[in-house]
Design a protein around this ligand. Sequence first.
Ligand code: HPA
Length: 273
Amino acid sequence: MDQLKQVKDAVKFLNKKTKNFKPEILLITGSGMAGSIPELENKIVIPYSTIPHFLHSTIPGHPGNLIFGTYKGKNIVVLHGRFHFYEGYDMKDLALSIRTAAFLGAKTILVSAAVGSLNTKLPVGSLCVLKDHVNLMMHNPLIGNYDPAFGKRFIDLTDTYDKNLRKATLQIARKLKIKAGEGVYAAVTGPNFETPSEIRMFKILKADVIGMSTVPEVLCARQLGMKICGLTWVVNMGCGISKKPITHEETIKETKKIEGSFKRVLERLIPLC
Ligand code: HPA
């Protein structure tokens, strides 16, 4: 089935469930970041498993609900639990949720992720606000998954990450005394962490942080003409930078530690979107 039809089915279902709630902002929470979602008014939780054509998340810490609600007057939809290419999904399937949110009305996407850092100025616990990315996934959700209703086929990626939102986020972090900086995100498929040699290579490419998500969603959002803000949190130093081996358990533990800071950033950022 073509994706436009899938999106329309999902939108129809969700409009009925939410009585035509129109979100302005789409928030995607990264691994283990459930506690960072601000307290929403008039919350409606809809499991992905009930939404036509939506996928189920397969990894622990990734719940799988669409959450609708209002925060300080802004209507939000949260993709609580995201899909990763390394879980075996098709890139096309990753596009569906972003397109559905945009068709519901979302004009801005706040996309978050836990990342490894290649830049010693961005140590564990810091916020890296994305200014650009390098797509090393060698895959793309926009391939063969096209309808003019989603936007242009050949999209420009100059200033993909909204300059005003970047500036606002850094100001908020400064006020909150959270260590933060801007950086370039290198997207890899995972699921393995990198080798020390790969990390050295990514440093030569001028990447500051590395992760296994975000870029497919950003590409879809960009095609849809959304304003994009990438909020990534450093949960480990890249392999070989720290001598300690990297484990998923350790990254989840570090993510839990930043949840409170992330929530405070979102509480201030959402009203500015
Ligand atoms: N590499 C890739 N993805 C990641 C990392 C990493 O070191 N940490 C968290 N996500």
